[in-house]
Design a protein around this ligand. Structure first.
Ligand code: ADP
Length: 393
């Protein structure tokens, strides 16, 4: 595989993120380029960068450009930057693996059909994840493709953590908690084994705080509980998603306010969370910079909900040895980290304010019973690594 390259794709409804990796002699992976096409359907914009952040390519396209057109352009860009390497495989982030797919899977027609059948479990994401796989299978059938699942890392959760208190037949039919952000959590679990091996063997809560946000309780590096459930709506308050909500609210919106299922879906996914509460923005930077009381109220609720859910996960773990912050807000928003840690003082969390301001590595005080870390995540690197490992069997 040395002298080959692996492409990682993360395709959503209006964007495709990508990262290209060279396979080094020891089978390690080195990032060659990364970027995204955003604004698909409105104002498509390709931006590709080198590992140092320098712009390799920037292009804008007509609104009429389709997902398929733009994917073709992206693959052409990648092909032009292989630097003499062969494209050995393409790995994809696929949100749902259901109960069958725990491990990354080489895509065949049969696998693709099985993944299609899971679309009703993630109607806003799964079809967009699968479309590029199908397009590449048609245009470049010789390139192996690997599907990597956001649910996979959580297959170690015990039945108590995956069950709703619904009639047993419904649980058996797949209406249960799956958990998401698994590629990010797996990346962090592997990093922690290198950065802090003793902690990695213990009881750790990882907080993936990006536009989507969730917590994962890990015991010895394995998921035992998480805040997202049947869908990526559950758990924490997010950029535009409500997080956990009394199901009675949904019934009220439908029965008393006459909202359709589609209108409720749009509300809960796109108009709640930081955006809905503040009425200003879903962007944490904007809210932290604002002196509007509703911006502060949104940040306070975001932090409160993290503290509340972290308490629940600490119970699932039977105690806490470490807490890890990751993703956009977790990696960059020091005031949010400080406020979360203040709420977790009762669990033994003591922050080192200067280390928190620097914002990388260990940020807890030397005498803190709970170690607190900031560890940058890299879902694309996890996809590429899985892809290589799957090909090597
Ligand atoms: P996605 O889930 O889309 O991958 P990210 O992990 O990139 O999201 O996180 C996006 C969030 O991170 C946004 O709310 C953004 O405001 C926040 N963020 C990024 N940089 C900073 C920063 N320097 N300070 C505070 N928040 C930040």
């Amino acid at each position: 595989m040395a002298h080959d390259a692996v492409l990682a794709l993360n395709a959503g409804s209006s964007s495709v993120k990508f990262a290209l990796f060279a396979v080094a002699a020891g089978e390690g992976l080195t990032r060659v380029a990364h970027g995204q096409i955003e604004g698909i359907g409105s104002a498509p914009h390709l931006l590709a960068r080198d590992p140092a952040g320098g712009v390799l390519e920037e292009r804008r396209f007509a609104a009429a450009a389709t997902h398929e057109d733009l994917l073709g352009i992206l693959i052409d860009f990648v092909t032009g930057h292989l630097g003499g390497r062969a494209l050995a495989a393409i790995g994809h982030r696929v949100v749902h693996g259901g109960t069958r797919f725990h491990r990354p899977e080489r895509v065949t027609a049969e696998v693709l059909e099985a993944l299609d059948a899971l679309a009703p479990l993630a109607p806003l994401h799964q079809p967009h994840n699968l479309a590029p796989i199908r397009a590449i299978a048609a245009t470049r059938p010789a390139v192996p493709q690997v599907a990597c699942f956001d649910t996979g890392f959580h297959h170690t959760m015990p039945a108590l953590a995956t069950s709703f208190a619904l009639p047993h037949a419904m649980t058996e039919a797949g209406i249960r908690r799956y958990g998401f952000h698994g590629l990010s959590y797996e990346f962090i679990a592997r990093r922690l084994r290198v950065l802090a091996p003793r902690l990695a063997a213990g009881r750790v809560i990882v907080a993936h705080l990006g536009n989507g946000a969730s917590l994962c309780a890990m015991a010895g590096g394995r998921s035992v509980d998480t805040t997202m459930g049947f869908t990526a709506l559950d758990g924490l308050m997010m950029g535009t998603r409500s997080g956990s909500l009394d199901p009675g609210v949904v019934l009220h919106l439908i029965a008393q306010r006459g909202m359709t299922a589609a209108a409720v879906e749009d509300l809960l996914y796109h108009r709640c969370g930081l955006l809905g509460v503040s009425g200003i923005s879903n962007d944490m930077r904007t809210l932290l910079d604002s002196d509007d009381p509703l911006a502060a109220a949104a940040v306070d609720l975001f932090v409160f909900r993290i503290g509340r859910e972290a308490g629940a996960l600490a119970s699932s773990l039977g105690g806490l040895d470490g807490f890890v912050f990751t993703a956009g807000i977790g990696e960059h928003a020091a005031p949010v980290r400080a406020a979360v840690c203040a709420r977790l003082g009762w669990l033994g969390v003591r922050l080192d304010p200067a280390a928190n301001a620097r914002g990388e590595g260990l940020i807890s005080a030397a005498d803190s019973p709970v170690a607190v870390w900031v560890v940058p995540t890299d879902e694309e690197a996890m996809i590429a690594r899985h892809t290589l490992e799957t090909l090597q069997g």
